[in-house]
Ligand binder design. Sequence first.
Ligand code: 6PG
Length: 242
Amino acid sequence: MKKGTIQTPYGQVQVLTEGEIFARTVEHIEAAVRDGFSRTIGLTGGSTPKRFYQWAAENRPFSDRVISSAAWLTSDERMVPESSPESNFGEADRGMLTPLAIPMSLKYPWATSLDPHSAASAYNMRWNEKFGAHRCFDLCLLGMGDDGHTASIFPGSPLLGVEFPDNFTCVEVPEKGWRLTVTRAGLARCGQILITVTGAKKAGVLREVLRGPQGRYPVQILESRAERTLWLVDEAAAAELF
Ligand code: 6PG
């Protein structure tokens, strides 16, 4: 399969090696910190980000400006302590932020010791005070699950029906429990969205998402942000796109 770039209703898709995906991610973080309004980076969960953190900790690819001024958050979170390997912020911190000596003042974990509603409203309040309710992350990193979910917006989610005005909310996901997540309104206020999809087991669903009928998978909500969304996809995940 050849590498390349394709246009879809959900944004441009770039097919890259994993190393190229990591390098491109760094470029977009650098650009968000240079050109964004608030220098805020929303990290995500999943297996690919963990490999990115390890790579970044080893290769130290960020400028001094990023290290000293980017604010780090996560676009979704599980209701677990930060010490848990299930914690998206905890994994980002252990894998990359602490090894890169990011100051505590630039780290914004969710308050998962609270109940989900209080944790979501505390995050909204902290965000609104610091960065303003009318915007969300300068750069939001996302992944896509095998079921076409993104952030913690799963198939059948109430977040797909009603418009939640805040950037962040909590949501109960059947069989998974409570999650904290960026909302559709929050995604709409992000400067840029970078969604990374890797591995052969994503190939079928990625084809259905990008080439199939609209409105079937949660991740297709990115259609309304297509001009600000970039998909970084490895060759295995892109195998059925061409
Ligand atoms: C999470 C994520 C979730 C993730 C996808 C992709 O916390 O799990 O927010 O949306 O990004 O499930 O995960 P992989 O990188 O493991 O495929």
